[in-house]
Design a protein around this ligand. Structure first.
Ligand code: NAD
Ligand code: ZN
Length: 372
């Protein structure tokens, strides 16, 4: 992590010149956008893509401010929510950009949560065979997780995120002050992924987070900035090592194998954060059961996640048959077993030779789920 000024943090992601980028974290960064765009892009036209919520809070004023600075900019808006992360929204946005004669010299500014980042990123990946995108995440989840890594895409009826592209941003601009308008529930969603970063990579960070959660949920912007910066730095280190998800990036799936199966089993009525939180608890218990995870990890994680309103419900809302069915269908599963990232203790992922995951046989999983 490189401090450029005492009031901001600059994190570099990637190694190859064509796909590496900076992430700037700074309170008030949105107001420096015109000069940053001049520095990082050579585009002549800018398309801000946002959802209706974020557009009314920040999109219209951002467009007006950029215009005042003499930039040629239009705002394109779609209705908020995961239900709109679709090919139809992608289609509508690209058609509107074409109608406004946006050319190859355009740049897309993705202003919003993870849904906007994914859709706008996918528009950028495909528009005229690819134009640059600047990610401007506004939800804690998008700051901590979705805006870094270059994954873009939409959901289709066969599943979430199944159509997409890797399209690294030209720049990521994180202005933590915008978190002040985000609901507490949305803040919790993002913080679950931060807890995951601590559990897989950094015990001190995990301890710091556990302590800071009440202040973070009380919108202490300095603390939020600190946490966002550290989480991005941790995610960036993994993405830099494994830009195309062939190896170490898999550790970011911790909690997500069971988490995803629970989300699908409950038809996405369970939020992603809750599913991943419970998924992490289950994967820790699985590791303990297999004699691979330090048992004290469980209590520490239970008490941290309780501060985010995630409880260790055990089997209450878990139907092991249903979970197993969905694990079988998981696109990341391997023949004869399911892949799990396991931790040996707080801050360290357990390697399996060259592999970052462990393939656990179905019989063992059934027995484990049945014992809960
Ligand atoms: N590309 C990746 O690597 C990656 C990683 C993780 C998640 N994701 C994707 O991210 C999405 C979830 O992201 P999300 O949780 O940000 O959801 P979201 O984009 O739907 O945002 C949640 C809600 O918060 C609102 N919002 C956003 N910023 C706000 C602000 N500053 N003030 C007030 N309201 C605000 C939005 O309008 C929306 O209603 C999922 O589609 C997921 O697949 C992608
Ligand atoms: Zn996640």
């Amino acid at each position: 992590m490189k401090q450029i000024r005492s009031d901001s943090t600059l994190i570099h992601v990637g190694t190859r010149e064509e796909s590496s980028y900076d992430v700037l974290v700074k309170q008030g960064a949105l107001s420096s956008l015109p000069s940053l765009l001049g520095e990082y892009t050579s585009s002549h036209r800018y398309a801000i893509i946002s959802d209706r919520n974020v557009a009314s809070l920040y999109g219209h004023s951002l467009r007006d401010n950029l215009r005042k600075e003499g930039l040629d900019v239009e705002l394109f808006v779609f209705d908020q929510g995961e239900v709109n992360k679709t090919r139809s929204t992608w289609c509508d946005l690209t058609d509107k950009m074409l109608a406004k004669s946006f050319g190859r010299d355009s740049c897309i500014l993705a202003l919003g949560g993870g849904v906007v980042g994914d859709v706008a990123g996918f528009v950028a990946a495909t528009y005229m065979r690819g134009v640059p995108v600047v990610q401007i995440p506004t939800s804690l989840l998008a700051m901590i997780d979705a805006s870094v890594g270059g994954k873009t895409g939409v959901d289709v009826s066969a599943g979430k995120n199944l159509v997409g592209a890797f399209h690294p941003p030209r720049l990521v601009i994180v202005d933590p002050t915008v978190v002040s308008t985000l609901s507490v529930d949305e803040c919790k969603q993002g913080l679950v992924e931060a807890v995951k970063h601590g559990l897989i990579m950094d015990p001190q960070y995990f301890a710091q987070l556990s302590e800071l959660i009440p202040e973070l949920l009380n919108y202490d912007l300095d603390k939020i900035e600190e946490i966002v910066s550290r989480s991005i730095e941790l995610k960036a280190s993994v993405v830099t090592e494994d830009e195309h998800e062939h190896g170490k990036r898999e550790i970011l799936n911790f909690g997500h194998t069971f988490g995803h199966a629970m989300e699908v089993a409950q038809h996405y009525t369970m939020s992603h954060g809750t599913a991943v939180g419970r998924g992490m608890l289950l994967e820790i218990r699985l590791g303990i059961e297999l004699g691979l995870t330090d048992p004290s990890t469980f209590e520490a994680t239970v008490s941290c996640l309780a501060k985010l309103g995630i409880s260790n419900h055990g089997s209450q809302d878990l139907n092991s048959e249903e979970i197993m069915d969905h694990l079988r269908l998981d696109k990341k599963s391997k023949l004869g077993g399911r892949r799990f990232v396991l931790i040996s203790g707080i801050g360290s992922v357990l390697r399996n030779g060259e592999d970052w995951s462990h393939t656990i046989e179905e019989g063992i999983l059934m027995e484990f789920l049945g014992s809960l």
